[in-house]
Design a protein around this ligand. Sequence first.
Ligand code: HPA
Length: 226
Amino acid sequence: MIGIIGGSGLYSGLEELGGEERIVRTRFGDMKVLLGENFVFLSRHGNPPVPPHMVKYHANIEVFKNLKIEKVVAISSVGSLVKEVKPGEILVPDDLLDFTGRVWTYHNDKPVHVNLYEPFCPSLREEIKNIGGMKIGGIYATTKGPQFETRAEANMLRMLGAKVVGMTVAPEARLAREMELCYQPICPVVNYVDGNTTHENTIEMVKKMEEKIADIVMRLIQSNGV
Ligand code: HPA
């Protein structure tokens, strides 16, 4: 059994998976998921979609905990900060920078400090690596968005060694670790971070990559059969 968090636009590519719509209760609200024999699919942004800073991250992650699903892959589109990672490719990051400037935790009434030194799940990353066709490793930087980065911000992130930048992974990784989930993002690279990036051309690239992503997700589901 595997959990999948889908980014905006991915849902259509996965329709052929089947599964039934279910409502899952969480302390943060009722969430709609697609429940299959071997998987649970959750749309990160919901329908109609909310922007990255309004995503119900606490509810999203608690869904998997409540369903007792330990392994979660998250499809998260990114912009590339480096020449060698090209739009159209898929990067599976192995480290994280958080510039959201917000506190992400389930623990507001007592001090709880989980270890985040290895922010993603190495064993799940290994499984993904075995599927092939993806670049493995690299730092994912999370910005608060919703605007894309300034030139100076992009240069700062490059100087810190980040390969890609997106707006959603840090909250998920932090909350998933608190819930003791094995969480690993898979990142479709939809643009270079430069002056040509627009919302429209990133969406266009997400659409172009949908089939490729659906294929990877399908393989992961198969290899995690009941
Ligand atoms: N910056 C931040 N988030 C993104 C980008 C980007 O260039 N592309 C897709 N998500």
